[in-house]
Ligand binder design. Structure first.
Ligand code: MRU
Length: 340
């Protein structure tokens, strides 16, 4: 992303842009797995692929610290893995990255090789974004009005982004697109993060509240919906930011294509369907407040699932770094992953 570096490995520390402070650009230097775990839990860094990259470096920091203390051992590294894995339950990339780090640790003679695996994960995540952008831009026609949800850009991946990466790639190819970005209650990733990224890219857009999406579809002002994913089950059912399912149902009602953009590291073949995906329930305070202002009376009961499931049947295409998948997804996902 132009100018800002959402995630940067300095050689011995991890530097991240604190996403909760935007539009102020505040950077945090994290030097232990505990600090990394806290940053993920508090959503200072968020978005499935970015969580995976940052967790990999958190694991590498753990390995470096253990070496310093003379306690470099697989049993200790397993504890580091568990700590990082306990932060957010839905994003597949977190577990994918930590499983890879643990496998690298089992082969490694010292922490340097473990750091190298974290670098590989970062490089691969960036490259996947580029390819997702290239593949997805083929679907975007000149003049399209695109609705997107949550933040799926550089802040969410450390590369160019997934859904927002497709939007950027189409724009850079000279397609005259227009974006409607939903604000994305309760954490407002659309208003705070996507709006920030789109402004920096100079892509024309309007910010809308989540409840406005149906109205704009009904007016005929949306040509496609592109969203990211936190976890995709083997049958294509997709967990993504709460509100995604509502958009998919609306899109079907209005005959609008609904595209999911995600790296294959977000696909979880061990889960047959979306019903098996764990959905994170977050602090009620997120719903009770907007910023620091309390908006509901005392004593109100709250539900706050951070994600929902869009059944595969509502998805027109899944854009990955390895190609564009079409329904039936159980088959196309299996074939793609078997072939590569
Ligand atoms: O709770 P968040 O902000 O981590 O949720 C992020 C999303 O739901 C994104 O759409 C998803 O991670 C894809 S990001 C490329």
């Amino acid at each position: 992303m132009r100018g800002a570096k959402p995630v940067e490995w300095t050689g011995e520390k991890l530097r991240i842009l604190d996403q909760t402070e935007l539009p102020r650009e505040v950077y945090l230097e994290l030097s232990s797995p505990e600090e990394v775990a806290e940053a993920i839990r508090e959503m200072k860094v968020r978005g499935a692929p970015a969580i995976g990259v940052v967790a990999a470096y958190g694991f590498a920091l753990g390995a470096l610290k253990l070496k310093e203390k003379g306690a470099f051992a697989l049993s200790e590294l397993r504890r580091v893995k568990e700590l990082l894995a306990s932060t957010r339950p839905t994003a597949r990339n977190l577990f994918w990255a930590l499983e890879r780090m643990m496998r690298a640790a089992e082969q490694a003679s010292g922490p340097e090789e473990i750091v190298e695996e974290a670098r590989n994960i970062e490089r691969e995540t960036r490259r996947a974004d580029e390819l997702i952008g290239e593949n997805g831009a083929e679907l975007v026609r000149d003049g399209m009005r695109i609705l997107t949800h949550c933040n799926t850009g550089a802040l969410a991946t450390g590369g160019e982004g997934t859904a927002l990466g497709v939007i950027k790639a189409a724009w850079r190819k000279g397609k005259k697109i227009f974006v409607l970005a939903t604000e994305t209650r309760p954490r407002l990733q659309g208003a705070k993060l996507t709006a920030w990224e789109l402004l920096r890219e100079g892509i024309p857009f309007s910010l809308i509240t989540d409840g406005m999406a149906g109205y704009f579809m009904w007016r005929g002002e949306v040509d496609c919906v592109i969203v990211g994913a936190d976890r995709i089950a083997a049958n294509g059912d997709t967990a993504n930011k709460i509100g995604t399912y509502t958009l998919a149902v609306l899109a079907r009602e209005h005959g609008i294509p609904f595209w999911v953009a995600a790296p294959t590291s977000t696909i979880d073949l061990s889960l047959p369907s979306g019903r098996d995906i764990p959905i994170e329930e977050r602090d009620p305070e997120e719903v009770l407040r907007v910023g620091s202002e309390r908006i509901a009376p005392q004593g109100v009961s709250v539900k706050n699932p951070a994600f929902d499931i869009t059944p595969a049947d509502y998805i027109s295409a899944i854009i990955t770094e390895k190609g564009i998948l079409r329904p039936p997804f159980a088959e196309s996902i299996r074939k793609l992953l078997e072939a590569t």
